[in-house]
Design a protein around this ligand. Sequence first.
Ligand code: GLU
Length: 285
Amino acid sequence: METVTRFAPSPNGPLHLGHALSAIVAHDLARERDGRFLVRIEDIDGARSRAEFAEAALADLAWLGLERDGDAIRQSDRIAAHAAVIEGLKARGLVYPCRCTRAEIAQASRESGPDGPVYPGTCRHARFEPDGPVAWRLDMAKAVAEAGPLTWFDELAGEQMARPELFGDVVLARKDAPGSYHLAVTLDDAVDGVTLVTRGADLFASTHVHRLLQALLGLPVPRWHHHALLLDESGEKLAKRRGSPSLADRRLAGEDGSQLAANLRAGRFPQGLALSGLANRSEKA
Ligand code: GLU
């Protein structure tokens, strides 16, 4: 089967060296295997996405010498398809409306999961008819019972038992967007024919949820390749707000992008940066 990888940045801010490394992993794995490398701009967070960050991301990839196959895909073009899937899950009784605030959840939660406080189930018990915008949560116990035991395969970490229950009742549709990260990324990878999902190890645990969604929705099951993260001296991921220069800063300052890519491939990182071990956790909402 042809290998299809993708780099899927969220245009919420400028890309930095960690993104460059992630894009290089996706690009090089596709090229090594004679496959295709796709780029998908994950711009469904209306409040945080900015067109200028999307444009800069595409310019950064070209500057690094990472040529994509086909046009860049925009996740926002898929919103109607995401909404249709949510309707199907409602009809199957697998999602329920939730109007809890983050503060209420933090206060009532008894457990901490890979994404933070596990939802305490308040609205699962309340069951109400929504009369305005609400979030829709997966009834995790029901979903897991319906799907049965599942496994998934990471090229670096090997075979994994799917443990989506660690997350509790995750949000699949947000008040302000029809698809949450988990739903949108899973559906779009299937629509785009991605066969090898490459991303940072900070998203490792999210794959438990994605594997469950694939089973519930009858989607093809890819393989995964969660790569190590580039961290600074204090073990933090790189981001502009912590003072590391963005790729756009480097590009506009006239740095040679192909040389930077060659250095990252060879493990020659700027002073103070190092690769993490493979973190078995997620930071996505
Ligand atoms: N859009 C996500 C991000 O920028 C990554 C999605 C993924 O690779 O699964 O963090």
